[in-house]
Design a protein around this ligand. Structure first.
Ligand code: SAM
Ligand code: GLN
Length: 305
């Protein structure tokens, strides 16, 4: 087996080929430290584990195992991307979400832990266990749709996005999922609720773009420079897409159906009032994420009009 040197930008000369996983992790950590990554050792271990599709502690537990040429090459590519500034998930090309491991790249938002909580909140409701239909608006990587199909009891999950690029990634994730799940998830392209025309669903869920254009400058550079602007920002001070979803929600939801939205914590109250003012829903509940920020708005459509 020929070992290539780990040539990464920032290192003045190629380093001697690491023969073991432990040595590889140390080389990667050095490269990450040189560009100022604050926990280079942990990240290097996680990077190697992710590339190998193994649990995080695998490289530590198997530090003396020899590294094959393909793994070495993939680790080099991921390290180069991370050294060039890419977020960890884009560098390794994957992110975990609930029980799923999703492919991600610059075409989609990196799924967030808050959104895992949104899925958990939906799953805590009876509408997620009735064998009905769910719709995920702005599905990105397919995270919410695939997690609901995996963990809820839905006959079908319809996932939409205005970005064909995003749906290409989502489709790869659908194809990578278990056959029983794959068959129940369907992607449709189009803006907001247009792709649902004629459908009545039991759950309408969305993590829409909700940052205002004028707030873009205050986002962390890793978000601002790397994630798709269309996934993050929209007009009307970050409310345009949410407004369209809320305005059409009562036509798309069956009576008794659940509306579940991720929102910007600064605008949770505004969104709750927006939902209430349609007159189609019972109380709009504002729910905090695990860090105490008001992050979700949930409401049930009146059983009868
Ligand atoms: N659901 C994914 C998640 O939670 O990780 C992605 C959420 S990302 C914040 C918002 C998504 O909405 C992006 O994929 C973006 O392309 C999509 N989007 C933006 N404007 C839209 C619109 N008008 N109609 C449908 N989708 C839209
Ligand atoms: N929560 C994302 C962030 O951290 C924003 C995602 C969104 O706009 N829905 O910036």
């Amino acid at each position: 087996m020929t070992m290539e040197p780990l040539a990464v930008p920032g290192l003045s000369s190629p380093v001697a080929a690491p023969a073991t996983l432990g040595a590889l992790v140390r080389e990667v950590a050095q490269a990450l430290a040189m560009v100022g990554i604050v926990t280079p050792g942990t990240e290097a271990r996680d990077l190697v584990a992710a590339v190998m599709d193994r649990p995080r502690f695998w490289p530590t537990l198997h530090a003396t195992a020899l590294v094959d040429a393909q793994t070495l090459r993939q680790v080099q590519v991921a390290t180069r991307r991370r050294v060039a500034g890419a977020p960890f998930a884009y560098a390794v090309g994957q992110a975990s979400f609930r029980f799923l491991n999703l492919l991600v790249d610059e075409r989609v938002l990196i799924p967030r832990p808050e959104t895992e909580r949104l899925v958990e909140l939906v799953l805590s409701k009876p509408q997620a266990h009735s064998g009905g239909v769910a719709a995920d608006i702005g599905t990105g990587s397919g995270a919410i749709a695939l997690a609901l199909a995996a963990e809820g009891h839905f006959q079908r999950v319809i996932a939409t996005d205005v970005s064909l690029d995003a749906l290409t990634v989502a489709e790869l994730n659908r194809q990578g999922a278990a056959a029983s799940l794959r068959a129940r998830v369907e992607f449709r392209v189009g803006s907001v609720l247009a792709p649902l025309a004629g459908e009545m669903v039991d759950v309408l869920v969305a993590n829409p773009p909700y940052i205002a254009y004028e707030e873009m400058a205050s986002l962390p550079p890793l978000v601002r420079y790397w994630e798709p602007a269309q996934a993050l920002c929209c007009a009307h001070h970050g409310l345009e897409v949410t407004e369209s979803i809320v305005a059409g929600a009562s036509q798309a939801l069956r009576p008794g159906g659940l509306l579940a939205l991720e929102v910007d914590s600064r605008r949770a109250g505004v969104v709750a009032r927006m939902v209430t003012s349609t007159g189609a829903f019972g109380e709009a509940h504002v729910i905090a994420d695990y860090s105490g920020r008001e992050r979700f708005v949930m409401a049930t459509r009146h059983a009868t009009d």
